[in-house]
Write a protein that binds this ligand. Structure first.
Ligand SMILES: Nc1ncnc2c1ncn2[C@@H]1O[C@H](COP(=O)(O)OP(=O)(O)OP(=O)(O)O)[C@@H](O)[C@H]1O
Length: 528
């Protein structure tokens, strides 16, 4: 971790040519493009989700990753337009620490200083399970996915999830479009779990899931969440995996409830009803804490009354009742989360020891029944702002020449409904303070020492004249992380943990925000 504002070390000049002394972030020799964007060739838009747009780009020289395709996710501004919350930044930093073959790789984090909009650059994957399933259902006339492919996809998904769960991370938004699959190249057919926007490190005591709004896509949402459980575990992901496993076999979502949008209420009656129609009602005998779940009690009429004649999962997923696949699926769709199979147990299941054995390249079975899935369409008419036209560009060929370099891919971060703390952000021209000189920062003409003359709240849209003069560093501090730091460099003074965005817009490491910054922040809070 870089310590910001300490003599003798620091991220400003980070050895990559980024950071200290970078040109002004908002002025560009290349038109209106933000400075950080100059390191990529933008190809076009590849998708749009709840939180923003996803673009395909290619890393330019002189990077060692030159030519590598990446997916840049641009986040919509929050309604109040106040930029990036510390919560989002914290989640992003969590992403950067994740490293596993079956989890997408976050390559870079960028912020536009002018409006504090956030961009994440992930390794690019040609396919995702949503598209693969759709291809079989709509374009291949319902031809089932090869059993080897299903098994390999599932095994790798569990392998990535096992890594996350053993690192105390719950995904919470698993669904087919979040499970990417690499196209041609050294990593062909490798699964990458994406979209950790809502993932948090989970610790006891657990927080209610719905504190952050609706977080798990409804069709894959576990019954304990739908019934209002305030405590959730990694078992919510295993329920989603069960739904995805069934969908890989049938090519149809397993429980396709009607979502009630824009609600803080986790209770989704139609979704529960769809589940009960297939699996029958859960019972207190089999799931003892059921009676304590808010909606089981509160919505007795809706929830407990309809009685269905059900014959179980076998009626909708065509698997022999005695097969290992059936057994594994049933264990994933166990009502009681404490009895539901875990990712590590699932990896040991008999299903994966039977022929065909799972493989690393899920797309190419030994039998040679290979399907050439189409790569993503690229809309080259939308630019990074999501509006105007780009120069027409070469979309990646299905034989993605650089895929071999790819280590992962990525997805969404969102802060939907995330409560914002008071004064979460600080945007200040960096003061010449202790230790600054050692980072080799150029002098900051026109700013002078002392407090930020413009006040502490996020500065945005600085004038062109100012842009010419300032090297602009932005700190995002976490008020909740305020602490008193005692040490030889800082004496005894308030300090914060926070993030530093360099002159180009690349987000640097999380660290201790300098005393000066801390004091300025503190002053502004007092003045507020
Ligand atoms: N790293 C990536 N490589 C290739 N495609 C990606 C990558 N990340 C996301 N995509 C694709 O971009 C599209 C939009 O993704 P995004 O995560 O924004 O939304 P979503 O998952 O479809 O929906 P939501 O935002 O509601 O979760 C999806 O088709 C997704 O597969």
């Amino acid at each position: 971790m870089s310590i910001i504002g300490r003599t003798g070390q620091g991220p400003m000049g980070d050895g990559n040519g980024r950071g200290g002394g970078m040109a002004n972030p908002n002025s560009s020799k290349h038109g209106n493009k933000p400075e950080w964007l100059q390191q990529y060739d933008l190809i076009g838009k590849i998708g749009e989700g709840t939180y923003g747009l996803v673009f395909l780009a290619r890393i330019k020289a002189p990077s060692t990753n030159r030519g590598k395709f990446i997916a840049i996710k641009k986040f919509k501004q929050s309604k109040d337009g106040d930029g990036v919350s510390p919560t989002a930044i914290r989640e992003i930093m969590l992403l950067r620490e994740i490293s596993h073959e079956n989890v997408v790789k976050l390559v870079n984090v960028h912020i536009n200083h002018a409006d504090m909009s956030l961009y994440l650059a992930f390794d690019y994957a040609d396919h995702d399970l949503y598209e693969i399933i759709r291809y079989h259902r709509d374009k291949a006339g319902g031809q089932p996915i090869n059993p080897y492919t299903v098994k390999s996809l599932l095994w790798q998904l569990l392998n990535g999830l096992n890594y996350l769960h053993s690192n105390w991370i719950i995904h919470r938004d698993l669904k087919p479009s979040n499970i990417l699959v690499m196209g041609e190249g050294e990593e062909q057919g490798v699964v990458k779990i994406a979209d950790f926007g809502l993932a948090r490190i989970y610790q006891a005591p657990l927080k209610p899931l719905y504190e952050n709004g609706v977080v798990v896509t409804i069709w894959y949402r576990a019954p304990e969440l739908l019934l209002g459980a305030k405590h959730y575990t990694s078992a919510v992901d295993m329920w989603a995996v069960g739904c995805i496993f069934a969908e890989l076999i049938t090519l149809k979502p397993l429980f396709q409830g009607q979502e009630v949008k824009a609600t803080q209420n986790p209770f989704q009656f139609d979704q529960l009803d769809k589940i009960f129609k297939v699996l029958g009602h859960p019972t207190v005998e089999k799931w003892p804490i059921l009676a304590n779940l808010p909606h089981w009690q509160q919505d007795v009429q809706h929830i407990q009354q309809p009685k269905y004649e059900t014959n179980g999962i076998g009626t909708v997923v065509p698997l022999p009742a005695k097969s290992a696949a059936f057994d594994l699926l049933s264990k994933m769709l166990e009502y009681d989360p404490r009895k539901r199979i875990t990712a590590s147990q699932a990896l040991e299941h008999e299903y994966f020891r039977n022929e065909p054995l799972p493989g690393r390249n899920a797309l190419v079975p030994n039998t040679g029944d290979r399907v050439n899935y189409p790569t993503r369409p690229v809309d080259t008419s939308t630019d990074i702002e999501g509006t105007t036209s780009l120069q027409p560009s070469q979309p990646p060929s299905s034989g993605n020449a650089v895929s071999g370099n790819l280590a992962g891919a990525h997805h969404a971060i969102g802060n939907r409904g995330i409560p914002r703390g008071p004064m979460p952000m600080v945007g200040i021209p960096r003061m010449p303070g202790p230790g600054i000189g050692s980072y080799g920062l150029p002098s900051q003409g026109g700013i002078g020492g002392g407090m930020n003359p413009n006040g502490i709240p996020m500065q945005r849209g600085i004038s062109a004249a100012q842009q010419q003069q300032q090297v602009f560093y932005t700190c995002i501090v976490e008020p909740s992380e305020m602490f008193m730091k005692i040490g030889p460099e800082v004496g005894f003074s308030p300090a914060f943990t926070g993030y530093l965005i360099d002159g180009r817009g690349d987000v640097q490491e999380h660290g201790i925000v300098s005393i000066m910054t801390s004091l300025q922040f503190l002053m502004s809070n007092i003045m507020e």
